[in-house]
Every structure is written in structure tokens, then in C-alpha cells.
Ligand binder design. Structure first.
Ligand SMILES: Cc1cc2nc3c(=O)[nH]c(=O)nc-3n(C[C@H](O)[C@H](O)[C@H](O)COP(=O)(O)OP(=O)(O)OC[C@H]3O[C@@H](n4cnc5c(N)ncnc54)[C@H](O)[C@@H]3O)c2cc1C
Length: 452
């Protein structure tokens, strides 16, 4: 519990100009949550974690003043974009203040010579993409939540998604060019960071700086066409996807859904033929090549049309939206995230199928890892306790998969599993009291007075 009187601290925030204050209990509760309920483990840990107050600043001065008050009274401050994270990234473990950045939503600059866009952190990615259209550009990477999620939340809490087949992951060099952030010091300052200096703040869950704007590389805006390939044998879907990712065509997305997953997708997506599906987004120029490859594999493909013009596009059944649809049928589905072993994917999948049967259903995504095509997987699992989940993860690891565990709360636990010294150094410089989103960075010990 925070050792100061609640009244005293709310009064301080009331004096800040251009700051919306949300005190209503049900709103504060709603704005203290994200999509952590995809994990039964996190649900147990986080259901009681609710902020004391939510604030929404609309200028830099208000952000700095919020930070100053939090510093003065030693109140934890947790940043929030739209709260679509899956691992409780935006949940305030030690109560305090949640600051939602949704009023920071402007496209500030576009540089036609580089294609770099400077945008405020609370801008929703769907809106940003719309604004980029007039420059003939689009975002390189999108989570499947792009219609509601913010760009700041994606950088601070996400990893990749639609576009990762070409552009890899958010932390790959070249995607984030720079950022601006307010520090959590006695006198909070707005600092500018170049690409190298931004690295420790990229995917740090807002534990080492309040990001106010980002400088991002963008791609040429293309018309993406969506195509579905039907395939009876699962092994063949992998061969087809690998053939497509190494063909000389533009791709935005390449995913595989096992037949039992397809069965539980929304009605509009299901086809009459029962089969596994390969989902592809490519430019019109790539379609002929894809059809030729399908002919060689003796499989049928259906061109759905231009993704943006479809009432329901395939972007809505990929990445974690697959899990979303499964869970809307049965809340006992949960999931895992992993990079599959290079050229050993099918051995791993066959082993797990034999051992776990239909308790583990396969959803694969093609990604680029350090410039090379690779398959990631977001299998959905029937929840049967933490012990079974751990055994499934151990099986995957033994067979060469690299797990990004979505059932843990820390940056390190959900990432490479090791403390990133640069992230900790940045925290020491920009949040020396450890007030920003406490409890999410393993490399930083949480002070006693914040223990729940
Ligand atoms: C159905 C579903 C599908 C998803 N698909 C994907 C996917 O394809 N790829 C993917 O990577 N993720 C995915 N996610 C996770 C999530 O939607 C994305 O990461 C999204 O970009 C988060 O944005 P947000 O605005 O909701 O951030 P929030 O959830 O509000 O915040 C995420 C993290 O960023 C921090 N943060 C927010 N704003 C700031 C700021 N201004 N400064 C510093 N820190 C900040 C928060 O404290 C938190 O730690 C999915 C989630 C769901 C529920």
C-alpha cells in the first residue's frame, strides 16, 4: 500500500492544467486492466491490482508535472496506451497512478526523403496508417490489434505481427529510429534519443521512461491482396509457406491454421472444405507466382480480394486474433509463443501431437529473423494447470524451440529470459526511484514499501 493519504495526492493532481483525472471506481478498474486473462496464471496474480487514480495528460507540461508529483510522493506510475497487452504489461502491480497517453495522438512530422514518421505515442495505429496514406506510406509492422492499440504501447509492450514476414521484429535495427521521453526524476525532463539510445526503452514496458513520441521507419503503401490456400496434409502447409517465403514476391503475411482452429474461427472465415489453411497477403504482382506454386503442390487457392476492401479481412484471424476467436468459443483455451527450430518444425509439431493430441492446436506465422525466413508459432492450448503448461513448454524447448512465455509478468520472462543491462542502466538514469511500472523489470529490485 502507498503510505500517503489518497486525498492529499489527488489534490496535487487537480492543480495540473491539461490533465483529465479519472476517479470513478469502475473506470479506474477498467483502465487498470489489459488482456492478461488470456493467461490463467496471470489472471490469478493480477485480478486485484487496481490503480488509485487514472490521469490523461494532453501536453508535455502536464506529463512532466505528473512525473514530478509521483517523484515527490514516491507514487508508482504505470503508462497505458489502449490496454490491449496480453501479459499485464499495463497493470499497476503496486497501485498508484495509471497515466493513459491517448491524448498524445498527433502525427508530428513526415520526412519524404527517408520515409520516417514522427508520431506521438498515444496515436492509434489504424489512425496513423490512414494519415500515412496521403504520403503514399504505411506502417511496416502491425499487431492484429492495430485498429485500437497505440503505437507507443506497441513499441513499449509488443514485439511484431503483420509485416514481420518482411520486417522482422520491432527491436530489429532500422525499425525504430528514435524517440522522445520524459524522465522520472526530481525535475522531470523531455529528452531526445537517437536509434541507439532508444534501444533500452524499446520493449521495456514503460519501466525506464515516459515515451511521448517516436520516430519510425515506414514502408511504401501497397495494395495487399489476401489469399487462402486449402491443404489436407499439415506437413504440406509448412512446405508451401516456406516455398512462398523464399519466392521473389512481396509478402505482408503468411500464416498456417490447423483445421481444428479454422473450425472455430468466425463464420465468415470458414469455408465449405474441411482443411488446414495457409493465409497469405501479397501484392497483385505476386498472385500469379503464388498460384503457380499452389499448382505445383496440387492444392487449391482462393483469392479473396484486396485486404482493405474486404468486410472481414484475414488480418482478423492471425497473430493473437486467432487466440481471441478460440477464446470467444471456450475460455479454457490459452496459448504459447515461440520461434520454431529452423528446419525442424515438423518434428517438433509431430512429437507434440503424438504426446498431447488435440490439447495443443497449431497456428504458425512466417517471420523474418535477423534477415532470414523463419517460422514462429502461437499454438493454442487447452488449459489443464500450470504443471501441464510447463511440461508442454519443456517439450518445445527440448526440441529446439525458443519460447517467449506469455504467462509471466516481466520484460525478461516474456523475452529472452536474461536481464538486459542497458535497460537497467536506463532505469537507473531515468527512473532512479524505481517508480515507473514497478515489478516488471527483473533486473531492478522493487523497494519494500511497494510490496502488495
Ligand atoms: C487479440 C490480441 C492480438 C494481439 N496481437 C498482437 C500482435 O500481433 N503483435 C504484438 O506484438 N502484440 C499483439 N498483442 C498485444 C498488444 O495488442 C500489442 O502489443 C499492442 O500494440 C499494445 O498497444 P496498447 O496501446 O494497447 O498498449 P498497452 O497495452 O496499453 O501498453 C503496453 C505496454 O506499453 C507501455 N506503454 C504504453 N504507452 C507507453 C508510453 N507512452 N511510454 C512508455 N510505455 C508505454 C505500458 O505500460 C505497457 O507496459 C495482441 C493482443 C491481443 C489482445
Amino acid at each position: 500500500m502507498i503510505s500517503i493519504s489518497k486525498l492529499k495526492f489527488i489534490d496535487k493532481f487537480r492543480e495540473v492544467e491539461n490533465l483529465e483525472i479519472i476517479e470513478n471506481k469502475s473506470d479506474v478498474k477498467r483502465l487498470s486492466k489489459d488482456f492478461y486473462n488470456y493467461s490463467p496464471i496471470l489472471t490469478e496474480k493480477l485480478d486485484e491490482c487496481i490503480a488509485d487514480l487514472v490521469v490523461r495528460p494532453s501536453d508535455h507540461k502536464a506529463v512532466k508535472e505528473v512525473a514530478e508529483i509521483c517523484w515527490e510522493l514516491s507514487i508508482p506510475l504505470t503508462l497505458r496506451g489502449s490496454g490491449t497487452g496480453n501479459y499485464g504489461q499495463a497493470v499497476p502491480l503496486f497501485k498508484g497512478v495509471v497515466m493513459q497517453m491517448s491524448q498524445f495522438n498527433k502525427l508530428e512530422e513526415f520526412d519524404p526523403s527517408t520515409g520516417f514518421v514522427k508520431v506521438q505515442s498515444g496515436c492509434v495505429m489504424g489512425d496513423l496508417n490512414k494519415q500515412l496514406e496521403k504520403y503514399g506510406r504505411e506502417l511496416r509492422l502491425l499487431p492484429s490489434t492495430w485498429k485500437t492499440a497505440t503505437i507507443g504501447g506497441f513499441i513499449a509492450g509488443g514485439s511484431g505481427g503483420i509485416g514481420s514476414i518482411r520486417w522482422g521484429f520491432l527491436r530489429d535495427p532500422g525499425n525504430l529510429i528514435g524517440l522522445e521521453a520524459v524522465t522520472m526524476n526530481e525535475k522531470p525532463a523531455l529528452l531526445k534519443f537517437d536509434a541507439e539510445e532508444s534501444e533500452p526503452l524499446n520493449h521495456a514496458y514503460g519501466t525506464n521512461g515516459i515515451i511521448t513520441s517516436l520516430l519510425l521507419a515506414t514502408d511504401i503503401k501497397r495494395k495487399w491482396y489476401s489469399l487462402v490456400i486449402d491443404c489436407i496434409e499439415f506437413e504440406k502447409t509448412i512446405e508451401i509457406l516456406k516455398t512462398l517465403t523464399s519466392a521473389a514476391i512481396n509478402l505482408k503475411l503468411g500464416a498456417i491454421l490447423e483445421e481444428e482452429i479454422v473450425d472455430q474461427m468466425p463464420k465468415w472465415f470458414k469455408s465449405k472444405s474441411r482443411s488446414h489453411k495457409v493465409l497469405i497477403q501479397s501484392t497483385f504482382g505476386g498472385i500469379k507466382t503464388i498460384e503457380l506454386i499452389c499448382k505445383k503442390f496440387k492444392v487449391e487457392s482462393t483469392l479473396l480480394g484486396e485486404e482493405e476492401k474486404l468486410v472481414n479481412g484475414i488480418s482478423e484471424v492471425v497473430w493473437n486474433h486467432t487466440t481471441l476467436h478460440m477464446r470467444s468459443r471456450d475460455k479454457n483455451w490459452t496459448y504459447l509463443q515461440m520461434l520454431l527450430p529452423l528446419n525442424n518444425e515438423i518434428e517438433l509439431i509431430n512429437f507434440l501431437r503424438k504426446k498431447w493430441g488435440k490439447k495443443v492446436l497449431w497456428h504458425l506465422e512466417a517471420v523474418s529473423q535477423q534477415g532470414s525466413p523463419r517460422l514462429a508459432a502461437l499454438p493454442v492450448l487447452k488449459w489443464n494447470g500450470a504443471e501441464e503448461l510447463n511440461e508442454i513448454m519443456e517439450d518445445c524447448k527440448k526440441l529446439g524451440a525458443f519460447i517467449f512465455n506469455p504467462h509471466v509478468l516481466t520484460v525478461e520472462g516474456g523475452g529472452l529470459g536474461v536481464v538486459d543491462a542497458d535497460q537497467v542502466k536506463a532505469k537507473l538514469r531515468f527512473d532512479p526511484k524505481g517508480l515507473l511500472n514497478p515489478g516488471k523489470l527483473e533486473g531492478w529490485e522493487v523497494k519494500e514499501q511497494f510490496k502488495i
